[in-house]
Design a protein around this ligand. Structure first.
Ligand SMILES: [Zn+2]
Length: 243
């Protein structure tokens, strides 16, 4: 398929696999607002509580399965000549659906990474989580370890940011798909608009109107798991027949 593609995904894509979003009642945990738990302040105040929440989330993700939206994106990655997926999701459902790591950027981090809050030590805690330890300590410097995710008010990781910038600088995209995100963050809007440049197509898949809707060339008001398999199939077939 002769096309350069960028896909941006958010919590709406994983919601259909049973991963609660931070918005709405589903996201609440013990009557606590996730937007207040996912902060450096909450961790400084009560790291044990924050870790407890993250362990429950990790467990929920381990038990979840990728849905047709994750699978459709993996299929698109396989067919497009050039492809990058930028996800705001910290779960591993895109990877488990088959999206290759080399074509994926987790811009808000990876929930299965545990990293030191002082030095650069980090490890992947998918299988061997020390569930018995309230708050893990860094084996190198003894400081508290934290989940490897980007919290509210924190900077995006430099290396991941660089990979997105490199892809955008390499040339305009024929297709940009923005799925399951309300595009609240300015950088999501910015990347989508820069990627389509002057004549790329911008497909928005989201049940509700978002700040990006007015710039979209196609607006699909359906859940991602329903719409994406169809959109990807149409794209792969129509673009391949033009070759
Ligand atoms: Zn350390």
């Amino acid at each position: 398929m002769n096309a350069r593609v960028l896909v941006l995904t958010g919590a709406g894509v994983s919601a259909e696999s049973g991963i609660p979003t931070f918005r709405g009642e589903d996201g609440y945990w013990r009557n606590l607002d996730p937007a207040k738990l996912a902060t450096p302040e909450a961790f400084a105040k009560d790291p044990g509580l924050v870790w407890e929440w993250y362990r429950e989330r990790r467990q929920r993700i381990r038990n979840a399965q990728p849905n047709p939206a994750h699978k459709a994106i993996a299929k698109l990655a396989q067919h497009a000549q050039e492809f990058l997926l930028v996800t705001q999701n910290v779960d591993d459902l895109h990877a488990r659906a088959g999206s290759p790591k080399g074509k994926m950027v987790q811009i808000h981090g990876d929930i299965f990474v545990t990293r030191c809050s002082r030095c650069d030590f980090s490890r992947h805690d998918y299988q061997h989580e020390s569930e018995d330890i309230d708050v893990p300590r860094c084996p190198r410097c003894e400081e508290l370890m934290r989940p490897g995710v980007v919290w509210f008010g924190e900077q995006l990781p430099c290396e991941e940011l660089r990979r997105v910038e490199n892809y955008l600088e390499d040339g305009p995209c024929d297709f940009v798909i923005v799925a399951g995100t309300t595009a609240t963050f300015g950088y999501i809007i910015d990347w989508a608009l820069r990627a389509i440049a002057s004549d790329g197509e911008l497909v928005e898949v989201n049940p509700e109107e978002t700040p990006l809707s007015q710039s979209a060339t196609q607006r699909v008001r359906e859940p991602a798991a329903l719409a994406l398999p169809r959109i990807v199939d149409e794209l792969v077939i129509s673009r391949s027949s033009k070759l």
